[in-house]
Design a protein around this ligand. Structure first.
Ligand code: GLN
Length: 485
């Protein structure tokens, strides 16, 4: 039996099916690993060891009876932005510190139906607003490759837990880069699916036109397995696409021969670190060497994406977060003299500084007199960004680019400068704005820290992205590197 902590889902599946290991043993191994490293990594907001062992026993029964699915008995961490019935779902916010949902998010429910083992809930930037997980109201998560560095964000817990071998995989959410940037910083694989492919039901809303749930895994084959499990139409999410089920593992082995890949020059931004640029360029050369037709392309509106995102996302956030009024659920301040003051104090104490900043930015952008100048203008820019992508996708099948301009930065390095923090997502925001699928695959190291390669494709081109990523991974072994902890 291989070292438990670095098993992929596929390897664990084989061992489980051949009865070399039970789900209880696998789960116990994850819990032991958590005990060993969690005080340094801090990727979990809530641990559910008793439930996990109980689910593992149930999974072992399913396996014995021959009724196991691809994910039965596999231990997972779920980002704490997805509702889990009976298990608190905090969004790493004081506002929801004691909130216990009465239902499961659809994506979580789909995993549970297969007999997954839930280890606990993953730390994140409060309400998924941030790029370093330092905006968690509870504690920051540390990068397993270097504990002085951030794991990225907002899905820092999910990426760190998988990189540290605490969980076999994780579910994250991505509004502007929150799966891909932490996956890149922690040396794991992360996929943001096409908007509408995975149900958002039960995903606590940040910016509803941008949010998507996706897998964080150790390799590309696992990513396809998890996408198989969570994708699909859901009548409870009005933006869910009514599509037939696909098997995303089927296309993995098709190679890149003859595939047309575009390199968007605008993604190699000013201020990009040389080591990151070098790793990404080397990865592109490998793909070329494998038979892909690589050519430069231009997406001129990329330069407007950051400004566009930071109007649209805060605007939607200000509307979505209006529901936290201290009355319906969550934290409630009750010691003031009147209702209005209670409401004010609830929001003042319940939300951290970044969330309050976003709400104020969004409220401003939506207010009468400013709406046309900001929100409406941003929506027009959004259309231009979409058209830019549509144009290049007439010439190429997918784009290859950096995920982030730098490797994981130091804890505390960007906390006092929000714009510097926002710039970490300059290459990951455009696909969300256009609703496109995009993923991060490990493609090298700089300063001892992982670098990610970003793949972006047209709507519903997940198979192409997975195929390129898989081919690249067959040719390299960056995804096999593991941190010393
Ligand atoms: N870092 C970006 C933000 O703070 C994206 C976050 C996300 O994808 N949830 O808005």
């Amino acid at each position: 039996m291989a070292d438990f902590k670095y098993l992929t889902i596929a390897e664990a599946r084989q061992s489980l099916d051949q009865r070399e290991v039970s789900s209880v043993e696998l789960t116990q191994a994850c819990l032991d690993r958590i005990n060993q490293v969690e005080d340094r990594v801090k990727s979990f907001v809530t641990l559910t060891p008793d439930l996990a062992l109980q689910q593992a026993e149930e999974a072992d029964r399913l396996i014995s009876s021959g009724a196991a699915g691809p994910l039965t008995g596999i231990p997972v961490q779920v980002k704490d932005v997805m509702c889990t019935q009976g298990i608190r779902t905090t969004c790493s916010s004081r506002m929801l510190e004691n909130f216990v949902p009465v239902y499961d998010a659809t994506a979580v429910g789909k995993l549970l139906e297969q007999g997954i083992v839930l280890l606990g809930k993953g730390n994140m930037d409060e309400f998924a607003m941030g790029s370093s997980t330092e905006n968690s109201a509870f504690f920051p998560t540390h990068n397993p490759w270097n504990l002085e560095r951030v794991p990225g964000g907002s899905s820092g817990g999910p990426a760190a837990s998988v990189a540290a071998g605490e969980a076999l995989f994780s579910l994250g959410s991505d509004t502007g880069g929150s799966i891909r940037q932490p996956a890149s910083f922690c040396g794991v694989v992360g996929l943001k699916p096409t908007y509408g492919l995975v149900s958002r039901f039960g995903l606590v809303a940040f910016a509803s036109s941008l949010d998507q749930i996706g897998p964080v895994t150790k390799d590309v084959a696992d990513c396809a397995l998890v996408l198989n499990a969570i994708a699909g139409h859901d009548p409870r999410d009005a933006t869910s696409l009514p599509l037939d089920k696909k098997d995303y593992t089927a296309a993995l082995g098709s190679g890149v021969e003859g595939l047309r890949l575009g390199v968007p020059e605008e993604y190699f931004v000013e201020g990009m670190e040389d080591g990151t640029r070098g790793a990404v360029e080397a990865a592109i050369e490998i793909l070329r060497g494998m038979g892909a037709n690589v050519k430069p392309v231009s997406l001129p509106t990329t330069k407007n994406a950051l400004a566009c995102y930071y109007i649209i996302a805060p605007s939607e956030c200000s509307a979505n977060l209006a529901r936290y009024d201290g009355v319906k659920y969550g934290y409630s301040y009750q010691d003031a003299d009147n209702m209005w003051e209670d409401l004010e104090k609830t929001r003042q104490h319940g939300f951290g500084p970044e969330v309050r900043r976003r709400i104020m930015l969004g409220t401003y952008a939506l207010s009468t007199g400013y709406y046309d100048a900001y929100y409406l203008k941003a929506q027009q820019v959004r259309t231009l960004i979409r058209e830019d992508f549509a144009r290049v996708f007439q010439e190429v099948d997918a784009l290859v680019a950096p995920v982030s301009p730098t490797v994981a930065f130091a804890l505390g390095e960007k906390t006092s400068d929000p714009v510097q923090m926002y710039l970490s997502d300059v290459c990951t925001l455009p696909p969300n704005i256009a609703g496109l699928p995009s993923m991060s695959v490990p493609c090298g190291f700089d300063q001892g820290l992982p670098v990610g390669l970003q793949l972006i494709g047209p709507h519903l081109s997940e198979e192409t992205l997975l195929r390129v990523a898989y081919a690249y991974q067959q040719e390299t072994d960056w995804h096999l590197a593991t941190p010393e902890l």
